[in-house]
Write a protein that binds this ligand. Sequence first.
Ligand code: HEM
Length: 512
Amino acid sequence: MDAQGIDKRGSGPPGATTPFRKHLEMDYLLKVVALVVTVSAIAIHLLSRARKCWGPANLPPGSLGLPVIGQTFSVFRAARANSGNEWIHDWIKRYGPVSKASVLCRPTVFLTGPAANKFMFFTSGLRMGTPRSFQRIFGEKSIVDMHGQDHRRIRGALMEFLKPDMLRRYTGRIDAKVRRHLEEHWQGHTTITVLPLMRGLTFDITSSLLFGLETGATRDAFTRDFGRMVEGVFAIPINLPFTTFSRSLQAGRRARRLLEVITSDKKAKLGQGKASPNSDLINRLLSMTDDHGEQLLTNEEILDNVMFALVASHETTSILMTCMVSHLANDPATLAAMVQEHEEIARNKVEGEALTWEDLSKMKFTWQVAQETLRINPPVFGTSSTALEDIEFDGYHIPKGWQVIWTAIATHMDPSIFHEPAKFDPSRFQSQSSVTPPCSFVPFGGGPRICPGMEFAKMETLVMMHHLVRHFRWNLCCKGKTFMRVSFPSPLEGLPIELEHINPGDRPGFAK
Ligand code: HEM
């Protein structure tokens, strides 16, 4: 300070830096920083509030995992390690009945429980459909890729063939096929592997009733091509020479050419009155006309839907019958009750007489055993749909374009719905009203897309079980555990069993 009392510390030529000036600049800088931080904090807060109001803030709990890949690898790893059911069980335990994940490179919501199943079956904002790779192999016009009026038209046409009044005509034909199958592949063998044999049986029944294609060279070629087509569904969809997918596409083209020849031949025969409209599904569909007298389904729709019916029916029914064999091996009391039911039916028939639709209606206990098997081992894991618009379930937001999957097993294993769910107990189905609430037992799905082949599958299963439990006893050669492939569970190693042929007529009081 000088003599006039002026502090000169901050004076000096302009631009000169003194400690005081430095202090002022620092102060100013701090204020600016504080202002920027405060404004940013307010902006972030406001933006996040806006996101909550307008954006997909309330997504279900879960994890989308690594970008793009998500949980795809862990799902496939679980499938290969026989633990698909455990994977979904653990996921639900961790994140609850509504959860998000990323499967097959798509953001996905898993829904479980009766209310969720109902939501999946009846919500119009969800659209079912097969992946593009499936369509390239099996065709684009199958019922699962149809919606609204087209879906109703195709479903109505399929139901004309699959309704009980029509199916009853085929009981005798199925009975003959089952007897021949058992004579050729079971009788005289001490060990067999059940799943491949059941697949052979259901393929024989289905291709006969759908296409009118009986055993022979053409059927063998078609069977080989069909197997290759199915392989492509689970392969990486790259169409390059020697890839599984490309082989599958080629097999699909061959199978389609064969079906085209079969269909035009059938059309000609129907036109000449040389074939019955009801002898198989193709004939039935060719014979149906609309109000203007035109064929109700186009030729392409007929081919794609007959092919889809084969896919939908073949593996599912063979898994059901194989899993029944597995459960019965571990449950002598249930097997004994079934034998009694079938012996009573056989007692009222002469030797070799075919089963009738009326006989099947008496097999109530056997169907309960089948239902309990379907509960514990649902052949279809679930189905997936795409959200057509932003939708909400149970307070959670499901964004437009996301995949939504329901799974039967998660509901079937819920102890609040099925007491001691792991226990095999067919008496749960003694009365249909005992299975509550609605949409708790869903092996065949539900709503407007509920499986139209349920009665067909029931008919095949009851006929096979009738002859099986009357003529054979078996022991499992492996633990019989089921494992989950991507969409179908399969018993371990195809379920090898040791087999004993018995003659019911040799036991007192039993019909031959
Ligand atoms: C045990 C045997 C079977 C099981 C467990 C089964 C299960 C299913 C399931 C879960 C669905 C999806 C339903 C939904 O989205 O709500 C379905 C659909 C379908 N099933 Fe089956 N199925 C079986 C046998 C059959 C048979 C024997 C046929 C034909 C002969 C068949 C034909 C179809 C068709 C055409 C659809 C599509 C229906 C539509 O989209 O409207 N299924 N099945």
